[in-house]
Ligand binder design. Sequence first.
Ligand SMILES: NC(=O)C1=CN([C@@H]2O[C@H](COP(=O)(O)OP(=O)(O)OC[C@H]3O[C@@H](n4cnc5c(N)ncnc54)[C@H](O)[C@@H]3O)[C@@H](O)[C@H]2O)C=CC1
Ligand SMILES: N[C@@H](CC=O)C(=O)O
Length: 818
Amino acid sequence: MKVLKFGGTSLGSPDNIKKVKAIVTEKSKNSRVVVVASAFSGVTNQLQECSHLAEKGDDQYKTELDKLINRHLEAVQSLLGAKSQSPLMAKVRLVLNEIEDILKGVFLIHELSIKTLDRILGSGEVLSALIINEFFLQEGMKSNLLDPQDFIITDSEFGKANVDMPLTEKKISSYFQHQEAEVLVCPGFVSKDLQGNNTTLGRGGSDYTAALIAAALDAPELEIWTDVNGMMTANPKYVKQAFAIPQINYEEAMELTHFGAKVLYPPSVHPVYKKGIPIYIKNTFEPEAEGTKIHKFPEADSQSIKGISCIENIALFNLSGSSMVGIPYFSHRLFEALAQAKVSVILITQASSEHSICVAIDLEDVKRAKLAIEKAFSFEFKQEMLDPLFIETDLAIVALVSSQLKNQIGLSGKMFSVLGQNGINIKAIAQGSSEKNISAVIDKKQIKKALNTLHESFFLSDLKRVNLFIVGTGNVGKTLIDQLNQQSDYLKDHSQIDLRISGIANSRKMLFDLNGIPFENAVNTLLEKGQKMNLEQFLEDMKDLNLRNSIFIDNTAHEVVANTYSDVLASSISVVTPNKIACTGKYDDYKNLKNLALRYRSHFRFETNVGAGLPVINTLDDLIKSGDEILGIQAVLSGSLNFIFNNYTGEGDSFAEVVKQAQEEGYTEPDPRIDLSGVDVKRKILILLRESGFEMELDDIDTIPFIPEKCMQAENVEQFFESIAQEEAHFKKLVEEANAEGKKLKYVATFENGKANTGLEKIASDRPLYNLEGKDNIVLFNTKRYPEQPLVIKGAGAGAAVTASGIFGDIIRIANAL
Ligand SMILES: NC(=O)C1=CN([C@@H]2O[C@H](COP(=O)(O)OP(=O)(O)OC[C@H]3O[C@@H](n4cnc5c(N)ncnc54)[C@H](O)[C@@H]3O)[C@@H](O)[C@H]2O)C=CC1
Ligand SMILES: N[C@@H](CC=O)C(=O)O
């Protein structure tokens, strides 16, 4: 005899019931079959809702009940032909009338005992089994309806009764001996106590009914039919890549079910486990899928763990006090108080100093637990032997499950380090002495990120998904996206990095897509599908997504975007930016960003702030970290100014025309006045000095402007171009004077003897700054280790391609560190 249990979703609609029938027909070809039925999906919750409304005297319960009645009557009409409909309608009505009567009573006296509730809730299963059995009969199956109250006997613990195992087993054996039908349909969940009262086996108890029958009948297997392809490696609601575990042993299944895997009601494993009967978890909607086999000796596989579970809605109670060590039977009293208040403890940790003890419980039990603990230790609280009870709510537990944990070194280390790297704060940890699970209590908001992070680390190939949130799709931003497009496959194949644009924005639009916005036409997609840009909203949405391995990329030159970095970094999202504003604000703000990155294990990278794609900041970082000291810097740090003075001869194109060319080539800032005023270079030398360890502000750097004052007073870029055109004679004179001395004009940043300055200089041919082509930059570092011959970095220092590749480099460096 095979035992098949069908869950609520499998019976959620007449069409689904037809699918169930097809499965049962197939299964009953070579064996008799017991079909254990849950209530139609959602019905038990609806019954509960009706009961509570009636208890409160709210006649809305009638409307809810009507919905429930109609659903069952419609199922009868849809499944059964006219001939069989009316006798079944009469039977269904009988059950529904009884519920209606009981609820009316509850409504009138405003009282609902758990005993009455058991009677109401159990009717969902009775109705579904009744309808299914009639449908099977109509379809020509030799089917018979069973009453589980004839053989499942419990104590009188209403709400979740305890089964009298020996008696139930005996009763099942004899009851089934008298059953001759090929298919036996039995309502799950309901049972009876020795006094004949209705009891229930606890929510999810239909699995238990099926397991009891399978065990008592020594069935060859127990099949649990549900709406997923088996016991999954993690909750698929949160982890899209979760997959069905092909085989698992009983202990692991119990751990997973205990820690939230809802496909199987935890107590169900025990009866079949004792008899070594395998359990199959199968999908009604994909019956051909392999499913999960739970049995004694699963075949060995290469997975270090079997699954990752989670329990949501957890509260953590922390009891501590300096004199706790001396309190007699402390833990005994604590657990006794909780047990008496019917509070189940999910996780316990106790410091070895015995100075504190921490228990995780269901959020619903908080009030009861608090009262119980305060009562049990009222003397100690009064005497201040204990600190006030510390309760944290809105938490969750994530747990790695495997019966092989004890044989594997480094698993907990890996678990905690990947959680930490993604900014997930662990509030408490426990590793069961059976070593079948390692659990961590975390903030509930972090659950999706934690599960995905762990799942990726323990189950997926080494491919690491990195979520990019790009703001700014101009000159640099667009080029970056092109480069990402070109290299994404290469990175997957060679570096195991899977880069995705999960969010993108410019000043007009913003768009998110968890599946990744395709690189090849990301900007068009943004413009077509995006919603109006709102930076605050963009940040909120990005944080709410709470994706692991997230990087925020600011390709704007805007202060409002730079001002968001502290919030982003504190959300454990890394920042990459060519925008120099954040690093050149007040020193304390710059330092704060660095500290936030350290504290929240995010990364803050801005290599392109100086020298575009040239490795200036990384080199400096290496020097400083390895103990070198910066004594002096000489540098040409403006690509656009170098381009301008290399191309402006005073004889061909005018100065304004050459500046325009620099702008069109993409070397200037979005506002070229930032370059020509010297502000851009001032910012860059400040960043180099701050990175070298000097606590300096922008005003500490002296600048001698070469642009006439009135040009700088232009109100906009257009006016600025007009005004520099009018000053052609001024620029011509500057070049001619330099030519006359056989020198070149370079805009130089210098740091010596603790002082920094910037300005236009005439450079003689024997100086390293002289030979600097096109838009090149050069930086000479004089350090303790490079005192005479400086360390020199030279190359293209502006332009979209080199800047984008510097940003790309920062992204890869972060991805490698994640
Ligand atoms: N061009 C170069 O050689 C280098 C540029 N940089 C920096 O790269 C950054 C970008 O430069 P470009 O691409 O040339 O600028 P751009 O003006 O071409 O593009 C700026 C982008 O930012 C967007 N944007 C501006 N304000 C925004 C806001 N408040 N919210 C959302 N989006 C906003 C715009 O819509 C546009 O898509 C600048 O910070 C610049 O200093 C850094 C190194 C070299
Ligand atoms: N406008 C800058 C480009 C990057 O910082 C320059 O001209 O160097």
